[in-house]
Design a protein around this ligand. Structure first.
Ligand code: NAD
Length: 357
């Protein structure tokens, strides 16, 4: 019986991961979800599993070092998967210090708690426990648009440009350092942009779906030509679990979708699909509005997931055509969830970012 301690499990990827693990292993695992329930965390994303005897929720902040130590001692997690983070680049440009606190300080707090439970006096760890840091390809910086053959690889030097990616790169460095210094069995995964159900509608894809459904303007940064690699969240969850169970300790694994698209292409695809599914002719490209570019906006992210494909046999299974329809259908069928997470504080944030549109 393996115990997963999942931080940030009330957020987008974390809640999908919890559902994935409980569906896959049923009562063969225990899952403890630790989440501070910031604006991005919502327990309604976990309603399907909240009564499962294999699932427990703990409302706590990963930066609380004493609480994390106590919790780890009680739970003795075999697997720790650290999703908890401030995750939105735009917010990091406004309030960088919060990103340092949670993403760097919180990660160190978890590393220390893990060490306190599992490190034996001779410095050796049990060989079937693992600390997995969920990282991002944004730590590698930006690729030029005119060199489509260039990709981020695990040995690409870290060169973060936003306060968000700087905090994630710093966290990765600490995780690697705990592996090198204390022999802690760690992994770092670095994934490209995720999309799918339960994503907070401040991120590109759910923002555009939600705005299109309400016939609101669709704000696109700069010239719209920035390129991202998109991966369906279910494929990311599968990759994380594979790394936990079969990845070599100490290794970094890049995870990507072989699915690079410019932002404007993504937005136009969403417009067409939302119009098709709603049969609402008022939804069209005329809703697209170009707005001032994000500060320090990285031009292109491109990932080569060769290592995880060769070593662990993982590959992205969901095509963008299939994934985007699944995602749009989910947002159409779950408007109550969207209303719930976008009420209150989100409204004033949206007004600050994009004005009244
Ligand atoms: P999210 O913003 O949807 O969720 C973050 C979760 O962490 C929320 O539930 C929030 O309440 C919780 N949290 C925040 N601060 C906390 C704290 N101090 N203590 C405990 N809980 C806290 O994020 P996401 O999109 O699900 O991303 C999860 C992880 O994956 C992040 O580490 C992110 O950097 C990484 N990542 C995300 C993407 C993506 O496209 N979304 C891609 C690659 C990597």
């Amino acid at each position: 019986m393996k115990t997963y301690l999942i931080t940030g499990g009330a957020g987008f990827i974390g809640s999908n991961f919890i559902r994935y693990v409980l569906e896959k292993y049923g009562d063969g695992v225990k899952v403890v979800n630790v989440d501070a329930l910031t604006y991005a965390g919502n327990l309604k994303s976990l309603q399907e599993v909240e009564n499962s005897p294999s699932y427990n929720f703990m409302h706590a902040n990963i930066c609380d070092r004493a609480e994390m130590r106590d919790l780890f001692k009680r739970v003795k997690p075999d697997y720790v998967v650290n999703f908890a983070a401030e995750s939105h680049v735009d917010r990091s440009i406004e309030t960088p210090a919060v990103f340092e606190e949670t993403n760097v300080g919180g990660t160190i707090s978890l590393l220390d708690a893990f060490r306190a439970v599992w490190e034996r006096e001779d410095g050796v760890y049990p060989n079937d426990v693992r600390f997995l840091q969920v990282g991002t390809d944004e730590v590698y910086g930006s690729l030029p648009l005119d060199d489509p053959g260039a990709f981020f690889r695990e040995d690409t030097p870290l060169c973060p440009h936003s306060p968000y990616s700087a905090s994630k790169a710093s966290a990765d460095m600490f995780v690697r350092a705990y592996g090198d210094t204390y022999g802690m069995p760690i992994n770092i995964t670095r994934c490209s942009n995720n999309y799918g159900p339960y994503q907070f509608p401040e991120k590109l894809i759910p923002l555009m779906i939600n705005n299109a459904l309400h016939r609101k303007q669709l704000p696109v940064y700069g010239d719209g030509l920035n390129v991202r690699d998109w991966l369906y969240v279910g494929d990311h969850c599968k990759a994380i679990d594979l790394v936990l169970r079969k990845g070599r300790p100490g290794e970094v694994y890049n995870i990507g979708g072989h699915n690079e698209r410019s932002n404007i292409d993504v937005v136009k695809t969403i417009v067409a699909e939302v119009r098709r599914w709603t049969a609402d002719d008022a939804i069209g490209d005329s809703l697209i509005t170009y707005v001032a570019d994000r500060k320090g906006h990285d031009r292109r992210y491109g990932i080569a997931p060769d290592k995880i494909e060769a070593e662990l046999g993982w590959h992205p299974e969901t095509s963008f055509a299939e994934g985007i329809v699944k995602t749009i259908r989910w947002y159409l069928d779950n408007r109550a969830w969207v209303e719930d997470v976008t009420s209150g504080a989100y409204q004033s944030y949206y007004q600050d970012m994009y004005g009244r549109r």
